[in-house]
Design a protein around this ligand. Structure first.
Ligand code: FPP
Length: 251
């Protein structure tokens, strides 16, 4: 597919060595809005648009998986207004996805504990899962982390493994990294090659704690609503300059 060259940096991206899986902490929406004298919710609205734009760009250049942190297990501490606004944006995105993902060949999956999520959103997530199952396994896939925490994901996996052992389906001595990975929300999805955090914060905030073991990290001061194709190209160029050894030595 022809890729629109959005800036001069696009030419520096080696399209034959793209990260297969990019994960992003969509941070800085609140600051973006406050700096403009707008309510924080306006920042989330702009952030949702940025997500659409970056997902489309990833799909067009041939990145296979994009995972975004939309709502953490800790984000319930925010005001009811802000939580409601984020949930409304997610609902709108899910409704659009139900209508368009088949046409656009986009798989959509949710990471996180959906138990406390409103029934209408859970029903929409079930619908998008069903559509995803019919789409080809090598189609572009967006993963949205909703009521997600890396520690919570690991605990849920441990609980399920323990329950399977108690039911006689598994034996503790069978457990290895591959088997454990199969209990996580990210089962069947390769670990992220590149994790991006905009907005100048230098921390992981409970994001993909198991999966990030060998990920490359990229931090930028740009706030998420200002993050664009040029920013993503910059992150990919930086990623391509890294020497990934996975604990080995250079030949
Ligand atoms: C972090 O910025 C952002 C969030 C907690 C919410 C992200 C949600 C969306 C972009 C909307 C819905 C998503 C999709 C996929 C349609 P912050 O509020 O912590 O920013 P701050 O650090 O500047 O306050």
């Amino acid at each position: 597919m022809a890729v629109k060259q959005t800036d001069s940096l696009a030419g520096q991206v080696d399209m034959t060595r793209l990260p297969r899986h990019i994960a992003i902490i969509m941070d800085g929406n609140g600051r973006w809005a406050t700096r403009r004298g707008l309510p924080r919710t306006a920042g989330h609205k702009a952030g949702a648009e940025t997500f659409r734009r970056i997902a489309t760009y990833c799909k067009n250049i041939g990145v296979q998986y994009l995972t975004v942190y939309a709502f953490s297990t800790e984000n319930w501490k925010r005001s009811a207004d802000e939580v409601g606004a984020i949930m409304a944006l997610l609902k709108k995105y899910m409704e659009e996805a139900v209508e368009t993902m088949e046409r656009d060949n986009i798989r959509l999956h949710f990471f996180g504990d959906m138990t406390p999520i409103a029934p209408e959103l859970r029903a929409l997530a079930r619908e998008t899962d069903e559509i995803t199952e019919h789409l080809s396994a090598d189609a572009f896939q967006a993963n949205v982390c909703l009521n997600y925490g890396g520690r919570d994901e690991i605990l849920r996996a441990v609980r399920q493994f323990a329950a399977d052992c108690a039911a006689g389906k598994r034996k503790p001595e069978e457990l290895d990294e591959a088997l454990f990975s199969g209990y996580l929300d990210s089962r069947n999805i390769p670990d992220p090659d590149l994790i991006i955090r905009p907005s100048g914060e230098l921390r992981l905030s409970n994001f993909l704690l198991w999966q990030c073991a060998y990920s490359e990290f990229y931090f930028t001061d740009a706030l998420w609503p200002d993050f664009d194709e040029a920013e993503l190209n910059r992150a990919i160029v930086a990623f391509q300059a890294r020497d990934r050894r996975f604990g080995g030595v250079k030949k």
